[in-house]
Design a protein around this ligand. Structure first.
Ligand code: UDP
Length: 381
């Protein structure tokens, strides 16, 4: 089967890393069309996956779009849609990986008479999308897609609650290449390189963005005097004000010596393995939370904000800890518990590692997706 994947982002976020893994088995018979240029294109090229940047123009559909903006942007999209329709004649299926990709992919699928699959990586709620965009997502998916692959039951349920057709949706969790997360014996070296000695280190792995809640962890840190925090990740979508605010918060609280901002990194498994605890602190429901599964696979204890897809990943007190979103004091309790009872934390992390290896194995999830795509093709006859 030949697949034309579409993704709106030039940046490497969770949806793009998932797409990279989904596309790998099709590398000799697929194309990833990007609606913007950036580091994700470079990553795909490094991995030998065919990629083309389809437009030099920014796509004028914003997460907070209103009807007027939406209507005025259709004209600007026409050349792009024409190009995708033309390209898709060489492929069996169009696979839209993001919302803007759905917009252009839906019309192209109609023009080129190709089935459309939409991989939903979002909670379709007012936390993340304007009313117009929620309506756009469900209307296009209902009308044009043969299949919606949701990355969690929480994402699937939000799609249905927004008016999406339940019969179109199948839940497939993100899969992970287990080898990448095993045996990072160089943790001690990594600690040395970062001059961390034997400090208790809490790692936070996420793009810097208000809803990812880095400020909640900084607040918690003021109550944990002997803990150091590493923030790994960058502001991918222009959240410079928030970055500034985080730096000010650290300074005002007088904890600059215990907080490091490492920026975007590609050595996530090594960094996670070196941490004593990974904290996830999103203040809005997380659609899936790749970083949570990655910490589990590394055998590092994880505490995560209990909302959205997260509660499908962690069993509280068995494979990690769940903390109410935005609750810095509960986070303090859990950090202190990990510090005072390291054996218990290690046992829980071990349990999590076993569970995650079984539930989020890339081979299995890619087989599920291949099977679903096959079904789409056979349903069309
Ligand atoms: N990530 C990365 N480098 C960084 C920070 C994050 O490669 O510096 C990766 C992280 O390992 C994870 C992904 O980015 O695989 C983020 O996915 P997640 O589902 O946690 O959040 P999203 O960005 O999709 O909201």
């Amino acid at each position: 089967m030949k697949i034309l994947f579409l993704d709106q982002s030039g940046k490497t976020g969770g949806a793009e890393l998932c797409l990279l893994d989904v596309a790998k088995p099709y590398r000799d018979r697929c194309l990833i069309g990007l609606l913007a240029d950036g580091s994700f294109r470079e990553l795909l090229e490094q991995q030998g996956i065919p990629v083309q940047v389809l437009t030099g123009q920014a796509i004028p559909v914003q997460k907070d779009s209103n009807l007027l903006k939406g209507l005025s942007s259709i004209g600007q999209l026409l050349p792009l849609i024409g190009r995708i329709a033309q390209l898709s004649r060489d492929y069996d299926v169009i696979y839209a990986n993001t919302q803007k990709a759905l917009v252009v992919g839906a019309i192209a699928s109609l023009l080129a008479n190709r089935p459309l699959v939409y991989h939903l990586h979002d909670i379709v709620s007012s936390d993340h999308f304007s009313t117009v965009n929620r309506t756009l997502i469900v209307s296009l998916a209902n009308r044009f897609s043969s299949l919606v692959i949701a990355n969690s039951h929480a994402s699937a349920d939000s799609f249905v609650a927004a008016g999406g057709n339940r019969d179109h949706v199948k839940v497939v969790y993100n899969g992970f290449d287990l080898k990448q997360y095993q045996h990072h014996a160089d943790a001690a070296q990594m600690r040395q390189a970062l001059s961390l000695g034997d400090r208790f280190v809490v790692g936070h792995f996420s793009r810097l963005s208000p809803w990812k809640g880095q400020h909640v962890l900084i607040e918690a840190l003021t109550h944990c005097p002997d803990v150091t925090v590493l923030f790994v990740g960058d502001a991918l979508f222009g959240e410079q004000d928030y970055v500034e605010q985080l730096h000010q918060q650290v300074e005002q609280m007088g904890i600059s010596d215990r907080v490091r901002f490492l920026g975007f990194r590609s050595d996530i498994p090594q960094l996670m393995t070196m941490c004593d605890l990974v904290a996830h602190t999103s203040t809005a429901p997380e659609p899936f939370g790749r970083v949570i599964v990655e910490a589990m696979l590394c055998g590092t204890p994880i505490v995560a904000a209990a909302a959205g897809g997260v509660v499908e990943l962690i069993e509280n007190d068995k494979t990690g800890w769940l903390s109410p979103p935005g609750d810095a004091l509960k986070l303090v309790d859990i950090i202190q518990q990990c510090q005072s009872q390291p054996e218990q934390a290690t046992a829980i992390a071990h349990q999590a590692q076993q569970s995650a290896s079984q539930r989020f194995n890339l081979e299995t999830t890619n087989q599920q997706i291949a099977h679903l795509l096959q079904q789409v093709m056979s349903d069309r006859g």
